[in-house]
Design a protein around this ligand. Structure first.
Ligand code: SF4
Length: 316
């Protein structure tokens, strides 16, 4: 691990200003991903700004009937919140499908959105990786890529986003609240928060330098039956081959988003519209334009069949 300096910020705007003023600085909260990346020297910040004292650890009801989740609310606290379990079951299910109990106790809401890909070549500093070292190439294309993306990818990067929580937030149409170095706040729909790789896979989200996530906001409850099903190579503590977050109504209408298939939580409104026609029609709409590799085309079939199982469960 490279040497770094450290400070604890006192206000969100001060934290943002401290990172904006120092090109080598990064925020740290739970550290469940960043510390691993620092040990491997994939991330080499020269300064860490600790945001754990900012008091952003509450879940509050909003005026329009939704919830505002402070960025420092742990994954465990969020999944177990009575209001979340009652009205946003897809979120609870997605969170408990991720990581381990110990990690969920430490991992934060904002940090979960910002975790980096688990592409194995990203973690091997001997390999070419445009995300880790822009312009160096992509060892995964033509390499072992069974776990990687089938849609939304580019010739520069085929990595997937690893978060389960973000897939549920996408199906719920959540928003991300931020503050910048000047104290200015803004709200970014989760749909627009994560970026597709294009030619710049190292740019992963809509945040500007120093911009700090302060909260995630859920709209008023949408009803329906909530499902999150994650298919993986072992029963626990593994990232998704495919996951499906769905909110389904009795008449077959609803919403669906997919994880483990793209560089961001994958939701296509045309797929929502096709849900009453069945999983095949919805999956065809969701994966139109997919570019799977020779190793991972199975993910599209797996996604369709997982969705079909959820639709059958909803009808039962
Ligand atoms: Fe790097 Fe993306 Fe290629 Fe993986 S898929 S090696 S993260 S550029």
């Amino acid at each position: 691990m490279r040497a770094f300096t450290y400070e604890r910020a006192r206000t969100p705007a001060a934290a943002a200003a401290a990172v904006a003023a120092n090109k080598g600085a990064k925020f740290i909260a739970g550290g469940t991903n960043l510390l691993d990346l620092m040990k491997l020297e994939i991330e080499t910040p020269t300064h860490l700004v600790d945001v754990q004292d900012l008091g952003l650890d509450r879940i509050e009801e909003t005026k329009d009937g939704g919830l505002r989740i402070g960025t420092l609310v742990s994954n465990t606290a969020l999944a177990s919140d009575r209001r979340v379990r009652k009205d946003y079951g897809v979120l609870t299910r997605a969170i408990v499908a991720g990581a381990s109990g110990q990690l969920r106790n430490k991992a934060t809401t904002g940090g979960n959105l910002l975790q980096r890909t688990r592409c194995p070549y990203f973690y091997d500093t001997n390999q070419a990786c445009n995300k880790r070292r822009p312009g160096s190439g992509c060892a995964a294309i033509g390499g072992v890529n069974r776990q990687l993306g089938v849609i939304g990818t580019s010739d520069a990067c085929i990595a997937t986003h690893p978060s389960d929580m973000a897939v549920a937030l996408r199906v719920l149409d959540a928003s991300v609240e931020t503050v910048d170095a000047g104290g200015k706040t803004r709200s970014i729909p989760v749909a627009e928060f994560h970026r597709l790789p294009g030619d710049t896979p190292h740019v992963e989200n809509a945040l500007q330098p120093g911009e700090l996530i302060t909260a995630v906001t859920l709209p008023a409850p949408i009803g329906g039956s909530h499902f999150y099903h994650k298919v993986r190579d072992r029963a626990s503590y593994a990232f998704a081959l495919v996951s499906v977050a769905a909110v389904l109504n009795a008449d077959g209408s609803g919403r669906v988003a997919f994880g483990g298939v793209a560089p961001k939580p994958w939701r296509v409104k045309a797929a929502d519209a096709q849900l009453p026609a069945g999983a095949g029609a919805a999956a065809r709409a969701a994966f139109a334009g997919a570019r799977p590799t020779h190793e991972n085309a199975f993910k599209i079939t797996l996604a369709e069949r997982t969705l079909a199982a959820l639709i059958a469960e909803n009808r039962a």
